[in-house]
Write a protein that binds this ligand. Structure first.
Ligand SMILES: CC(C)(COP(=O)(O)OP(=O)(O)OC[C@H]1O[C@@H](n2cnc3c(N)ncnc32)[C@H](O)[C@@H]1OP(=O)(O)O)[C@@H](O)C(=O)NCCC(=O)NCCS
Length: 171
């Protein structure tokens, strides 16, 4: 079977918007981080599923750092696209901006990298279409994604080892 190829803009999401309401806040009256994490995961999941053409599950999320608070009434604007495909997995990059409508100001809230794995109807990982690179910016993201994958794989290997050690101690 001919292996499919796809462009980034076939699955990219440019400006998913979300209005921050009172039920999204923490006790400090700023946006609760978990809401943001969930939103990013949902948007990234749509990008992954559109690219792969099947159900995709989150395998891993790289660290997320929240540098500035988001306030009630702010609008979140989320961009997400496939940075690189591997065999059955792909890295989705997500960028979140917050807009203060009254002040007509906006700031960067967080960038995050999600790894999704495409699953077939039996829940087994299946190959995803290769990403076609068209622009310089896409090329840069593509190359950086390889470095992040290497770091992730090292950490995943350490984690698996610790998991096995715990199982031995528990048994
Ligand atoms: C993701 C999952 C399907 C991978 O299963 P697995 O048995 O490790 O499968 P494989 O070894 O065949 O790996 C499949 C792909 O997942 C990738 N992968 C596995 N663990 C990973 C991790 N921790 N981080 C990043 N990628 C990972 C592999 O690199 C491989 O990608 P590739 O084919 O592009 O190289 C499995 O761990 C799973 O079902 N996890 C739960 C997912 C879930 O429910 N997520 C929702 C949040 S609770």
């Amino acid at each position: 079977m001919h292996h499919k190829e796809k462009l980034s803009n076939e699955s990219a999401i440019e400006d998913h918007t979300y209005a921050v309401f009172p039920n999204d806040l923490n006790s400090h009256n700023t946006l609760f981080g978990g809401i943001l994490m969930g939103l990013c995961d949902r948007v990234a999941a749509v990008v992954a599923a559109r690219h792969a053409g099947c159900i995709c599950v989150t395998a891993c999320v790289d660290s997320m750092h929240f540098l500035e608070p988001v306030r009630k009434g702010d609008l979140l604007v989320i961009k997400a696209s496939v940075n690189r495909t591997f065999r059955t997995s792909m890295e989705i990059g997500v960028c979140v901006m917050a807009e203060d409508i009254k002040a007509e100001a906006h700031h960067h809230v967080v960038s995050a990298y999600f790894t999704f794995v495409a699953l077939n109807d039996h829940g087994v990982p299946q190959e995803v279409p290769t990403l076609i690179i068209e622009t310089q910016a896409q090329r840069r993201r593509y190359e950086e994604a390889a470095e992040r994958r290497e770091r992730r794989q090292k950490r995943a290997a350490q984690r698996r080892l610790r998991h096995e050690q715990h199982k031995l101690v528990d048994s």
